[in-house]
Design a protein around this ligand. Structure first.
Ligand code: XMP
Length: 517
């Protein structure tokens, strides 16, 4: 296994991700924990030093134990990690001067040119130079004995150095980030040099996560708010595998779900996975409080507030619950990472169930907090979730409430559910579901006149929405063919009483948003 010594970089998890992509098992440990005894026990096959916010020129700055250099295994130092290696091994690092007068601080894109052949760089330089991402204030002024320079950039004469005989590599830039486009190649070479066969899989991750959950939870009870979305579903199933009946899931049904959705969730988790599931059918409560409300933000506040009250009410009924499980993902974590005076990172969790843990005095179990969305999907497949379930479009917490502009009535919700089901059925039948980020129907707060058979109709209009997107932050409408749109409109009007007009929303985001409210 590979050891990543974390010196507090914001992108340390990206190193782990790159390694998982190479099917190499790694663990991240904060430098404070990496002692001689730890190293003897861990016995890494290779070591990576992460970047970090501190300066090695500061007395008392973070260092690994010296014995790490005597393990006889390859070491890759990145950014701060590079400077640690240089300083520890007899080189010299200086504080950077920002801009002007021979400034050596460097932030952002830079280009490295090769100055020698190095196994770590095999196949890396596609041209005579390679784009990298730099983010450093300090710089190496003198490299350590035994090291040679293999790549330079205008502001980093020692961009890539190595003691090739010992397989010690030190790079000034961050190969793990997106803006070092070929950075994965360096990790690939590094793990190959270290002798990893690349046979680690999601199955192994699952085993390890299960062991960690068991250790954290012991014989205590865990509660989990299960929405039926991918993150909470994978969280629940994984924890259930680890601790079985010590887990109770509460599925808060606000009456704003899609057609058949509540039944599907209950069937899947209760029958297929045999999970302790409380179906909290509180639709009367939610719809009652939403009666007459048409402002979008007021709707969200009412639903969010009731959700917490309801969850808490059911959770209070679960004897001895000490832990709350949450499907927090790594992007949620990294957005709220903060550094407080040095390398020790304070990580605040996103509370998907708004401040509940504090309020209820619960500890958090967050087994997905190291993973990215696509990895969670892969883990879901590993846990036996059907691919069609894993690939479902996102669905917002407030549900159909924000797809029903204006006042929400049971009649409108019923019509909306039926129209949405026909629309999604059409999309699936035409094999378009996976090309689309999100698709749904919104029922408009207007009735329009139509003619069906020989009679006049005065029914609701609806809008079809389908967008492509990578992250939901920006989006474009999906270019359906006219045939598809025509066929879908006809089906909706024929099959859904209460709708006599169908429109297609061709607004991108920005300026629109994906949802109508
Ligand atoms: P917008 O409408 O902001 O949507 O372009 C972007 C993504 O976020 C989802 N969304 C929500 N999800 N609570 C949620 O959990 C909300 O209040 C909410 N509003 C929008 C939306 O479905 C899309 O995927």
């Amino acid at each position: 296994r590979l050891l990543i010594v974390d010196f507090g970089s914001q992108v340390t998890q990206l190193i782990a991700r790159r390694l998982r992509e190479l099917n190499v098992y790694c663990e991240i440990h904060p430098y404070q924990n990496v002692t001689d005894a730890f190293l003897a026990d861990f016995a890494p096959r290779a070591v990576i030093f992460s970047g970090g916010p501190d300066s090695v020129t500061r007395p008392g700055s973070p260092r690994p134990p010296k014995s790490i250099y005597d393990l006889g295994v390859p070491i890759l130092g990145i950014c701060y990690g590079q400077q640690v290696m240089m300083q520890d091994l007899g080189g010299h690092v200086e504080g950077g001067k920002i801009s002007g007068g021979g400034g050596t601080a460097e932030f952002g894109r830079a280009f490295v040119t090769p100055t020698g052949r190095l196994d770590l760089l095999d196949g890396w330089f596609t041209n005579d130079r390679e784009q990298v991402w730099m983010s450093h204030g300090d710089h190496v002024a003198k490299i350590a004995p035994g090291f040679e320079v293999y790549g330079t950039s205008p502001n980093a004469p020692f961009a890539i150095t190595a003691d090739a005989a010992r397989h010690f590599y030190a790079v000034q830039f961050h190969p793990e980030v997106h803006h070092t486009p070929n950075g994965a190649k360096l990790y690939e070479n590094f793990v190959r040099l270290a002798g990893f066969s690349g046979d680690w899989t999601m199955e192994a991750y699952r085993e390890q996560a299960i062991a960690a959950i068991r250790e954290q939870v012991g014989d205590k009870q865990v509660i989990c708010a299960l929405s039926g979305g991918v993150d909470s579903s994978v969280t629940a199933i994984l924890i259930h595998e680890a601790i079985g009946d010590q887990l109770t899931c509460v599925f808060v049904d606000h009456g704003l779900l899609r057609q058949g959705e509540a039944e599907q969730v209950v069937t899947m988790f209760r029958d297929n996975y045999n999970l302790n599931l409380i179906h909290a059918d509180e639709s009367e409560l939610f719809l009652g409080k939403l009666d007459g409300v048409s402002d979008p933000e007021t709707k969200r506040k009412i639903i969010g507030g009731l959700f917490i009250d309801v969850f808490q009410k059911y959770a209070d009924g679960i004897q001895g619950a000490e832990f709350l499980a949450q499907g927090t993902l790594y992007p949620d974590v990294i957005e709220s990472v903060s550094f407080s005076g040095g390398p020790s990172v304070t990580i605040k969790s996103h509370h998907n169930v708004g401040g509940l843990p504090e309020k209820m005095g619960l500890k958090l179990v967050e087994p997905l907090r190291e993973l990215f969305k696509d990895e969670v999907r892969a883990l879901g497949v590993e846990l036996g979730l059907p691919p069609s379930f894993i690939g479902r479009h996102p669905f917002p917490g407030p549900g159909l409430a924000i797809r029903c502009p204006g006042e929400i009535t049971r009649e409108k919700l019923e019509i909306l559910r039926k129209a949405d089901a026909v629309y999604i059925d059409q999309i699936r039948k035409h094999g378009l579901y996976d090309e689309i980020w999100q698709a749904f129907v919104a029922i408009l707060p207007v009735r329009t006149v139509g003619v069906m058979g020989d009679g006049r109709t005065y029914d609701f209009a609806c809008a079809l929405r389908a967008v492509t997107s990578v992250d939901g932050m920006t989006a474009d409408y999906y270019p359906f063919t006219h045939d598809f749109l025509g066929e879908t409109a006809t089906r909706i009007i024929n099959e859904v009483p209460g709708i006599n007009r169908v429109t297609y929303d061709i607004t991108s985001k920005p300026p629109g948003t994906i949802e109508w409210e």
